[in-house]
Design a protein around this ligand. Sequence first.
Ligand code: SF4
Length: 210
Amino acid sequence: MEDHRKTYLVLPQYDAGLLSPEQLEQLAALARKYRIPQTKITGAQRVAFLGVDPEDMTALRMELNIPETTPHGLHRVHYVQACPGRTWCKYGHQDALSLGERIKNIELEGPLPAKVKVGISGCRFCCCESWMRDVGLTGESKGWRFTFGGNAAGRPRIGDVVAEGLSGDEAVTLVTKTLNYYLHAARFKSRSARFMERYGIEALKKAVLG
Ligand code: SF4
């Protein structure tokens, strides 16, 4: 900010960029009410209110139903990106939006060691950059391909293929099993990319497949 005044970022809790007309109207009304200087669609398909006045934080969060602290800590994935998938895109092989909803609601056995970002693409064009997410799911004609350990940050990494040809139910089960394994085996703050560099895909497969 030009005047160097401290302001905050508020992220309304909508995943995968899905917003109804009513939700869009509510966001616009709140942006006006709280004089939000800038709203932004983030790279993670979320809406951000930028430059929020510190005095407005509590009231704005309450109006957006954002809890003061995340109710489950890191017991859930950080965010889920999902493309329109076969419901809305002519190239889609699988239903990315429905799978995204299910992955978002996975309950884990404990807190995750670090952020887990999920990218779900309905076909191999990979619009949600599934190879570069901790959990990547890509729709193919024979089912879902599940990759783990991708990262797009300072030390980028392509995720390892854990399994292919999965049904939606099998994908949810295997992602849950993999994340539970990761949360028990990884060091605190170890992102999945660094964890996979140490453990290797064969060790992971041995632990979660079969
Ligand atoms: S990944 Fe495939 S299905 Fe999804 S939006 Fe891109 S082209 Fe369409």
